[in-house]
Design a protein around this ligand. Structure first.
Ligand SMILES: Cc1ncc(COP(=O)(O)O)c(C=O)c1O
Length: 348
C-alpha cells in the first residue's frame, strides 16, 4: 500500500554528492568553486534590511534580470530567475514532458535528467555519446518534446561546437535546452542561438563561476514567449530577497568573476597535465572538473582509498563511467594533496 503515484514510488530520487561535516577534508566531489564569492556579494548580504525580509520578494527578480540582460546584450524579458539551475530543469520537464511526450539526451550526462523523467512519468530516450563525447547524430531525430544537451557536458567536461547545437536546434521537433551550468569555464557559449531559434532555452547557474552554490540561484535565457510560458510553472516567489540581492551583486562584479574563473582554469590545466603524466587519460575539459580514466588501475578502488584519506572526489557506477573518476578543480593546495595521495595509492 502506498500513497504515492506508481512512478514516484518506484523512483530512487537524485543522489547528491556527499557533503562531509568535517572542515579538514579535501572536497573535490560536487564541482563547487574553491574560491569565495565576490566581496560585493558579502557587502550586499550585510546590507539586507529587516524590511526587505518582512516583505515578499520581487516575483520576477527584476534587479537580477536587468543585470543579466545587460551582460548578455538582451532585454530582461529573455531571462527567468530560478532557485538554482536545477529548478529550471524541473520546470522544463513539467512544461514539456508527460506520458506521451518524451525527453531525449545524450549519455552519460547529468544524472538528474533520468530522475526527473521518472518523476514526470515520461519516456527518456538516452542516446549514447561515442568514446570521444561527440554529439550523437541520432539525437536530432528522436521526436522528443524536450531535448537536453549539457554543454560543457557533465561528467566529461567536453564541449560540443556552437554550430553543431545550432543545427540540432534546427532539426529537433521540440524544445532544445542547453544546460550551460559550467560554461563560465569554457571559451564560448550558445547565447547567440536564442536570438535565432524560438525553441532554445539556455540554462545558467550562479553556483560554479560565481561561487554561489550555497545560495541557490540560476536562470533561463530564451525568447520572451518561451520565458512567459515557463514563468507559469515556477513558484510565485521562487527566488528569495537575499538571493536576488546577492546574485545581482555577483553578476555585476565581472572583474572579480573573470579573475576567479581564470584561477580555476589555470589549475585545471596544471592538474590535467599531472594526471596525464601519472596514469590517466583525461580529455580536455571546458568546465571546473576533469574526468580521469584509469589506464592501469581500478577507478572504484582509487576512489575508496582517496575517501579513506579524507579526499572526496566522485565515482559513478554507471555505464561508460565505471573506469573513470570525476575530480572538481580545487585550490593549488588541494590539488597538490590529491596528486600526492594518488601517487602514493598507485605505488601501493
Ligand atoms: C550539469 C548540471 N546542470 C545543472 C546543475 C544545477 O546547478 P545549480 O542548481 O546549482 O544551479 C548542475 C549542478 O551541479 C549540473 O551539474
Amino acid at each position: 500500500m502506498t500513497y504515492f503515484r506508481e512512478n514516484v514510488e518506484k523512483a530512487k530520487g537524485y543522489e547528491p554528492g556527499f557533503q562531509p561535516k568535517e572542515a579538514d577534508v579535501v572536497k573535490l566531489n560536487t564541482n563547487e568553486n574553491p574560491y569565495p564569492p565576490s566581496p560585493q556579494v558579502m557587502k550586499a548580504l550585510a546590507e539586507v534590511t529587516a524590511e526587505r525580509l518582512r516583505r515578499y520578494p520581487d516575483p520576477q527578480a527584476n534587479e537580477f534580470r536587468q543585470a543579466a540582460g545587460q551582460l548578455h546584450g538582451l532585454s530582461p524579458e529573455y531571462i527567468m530567475c530560478c532557485n538554482g539551475g536545477d529548478e529550471l530543469l524541473n520546470i522544463a520537464f513539467r512544461a514539456f514532458c508527460d506520458e506521451t511526450r518524451p525527453v531525449a539526451y545524450p549519455v552519460p550526462s547529468y544524472s538528474l535528467f533520468p530522475v526527473l523523467a521518472k518523476l514526470q512519468n515520461c519516456k527518456a530516450i538516452e542516446v549514447p555519446f561515442d568514446t570521444e563525447f561527440n554529439l550523437p547524430a541520432k539525437l536530432a531525430s528522436t521526436d522528443a518534446a524536450l531535448t537536453i544537451v549539457c554543454n560543457p557536458n557533465a561528467p566529461s567536461g567536453t564541449f560540443v561546437a556552437v554550430e553543431e547545437l545550432a543545427s540540432l536546434a534546427d532539426e529537433v521537433s521540440g524544445v532544445l535546452l542547453i544546460d550551460e551550468a559550467y560554461v563560465d569555464f569554457a571559451e564560448v557559449n550558445c547565447i547567440e542561438l536564442v536570438k535565432n531559434f524560438d525553441n532554445v532555452i539556455i540554462l545558467r547557474s550562479m553556483s560554479k563561476g560565481y561561487s554561489l552554490a550555497g545560495m541557490r540561484f540560476g536562470y533561463a535565457i530564451a525568447q520572451p514567449d518561451l520565458i512567459a510560458g515557463l514563468m507559469k510553472l515556477k513558484d510565485s516567489y521562487n527566488v528569495d530577497a537575499i538571493a536576488i540581492a546577492v546574485a545581482a551583486a555577483a553578476i555585476k562584479d565581472q572583474k572579480y568573476f573573470k579573475e576567479n574563473v581564470e584561477n580555476v582554469k589555470a589549475e585545471r590545466a596544471r592538474l590535467t597535465i599531472q594526471l596525464r603524466k601519472l596514469i590517466f587519460d583525461v580529455p580536455d575539459s571546458q568546465s571546473n572538473f576533469v574526468l580521469a580514466k584509469c589506464k592501469n588501475c581500478k577507478a572504484d578502488q582509487v576512489y575508496e582509498k582517496l575517501t579513506r584519506r579524507n579526499i572526496y572526489i566522485r565515482y559513478f557506477a554507471h555505464p561508460g563511467l565505471e573506469d573513470k573518476l570525476r575530480i572538481s578543480i580545487g585550490t593549488p593546495e588541494q590539488n597538490d594533496k590529491l596528486f600526492s595521495a594518488l601517487q602514493e595509492i598507485l605505488a601501493e
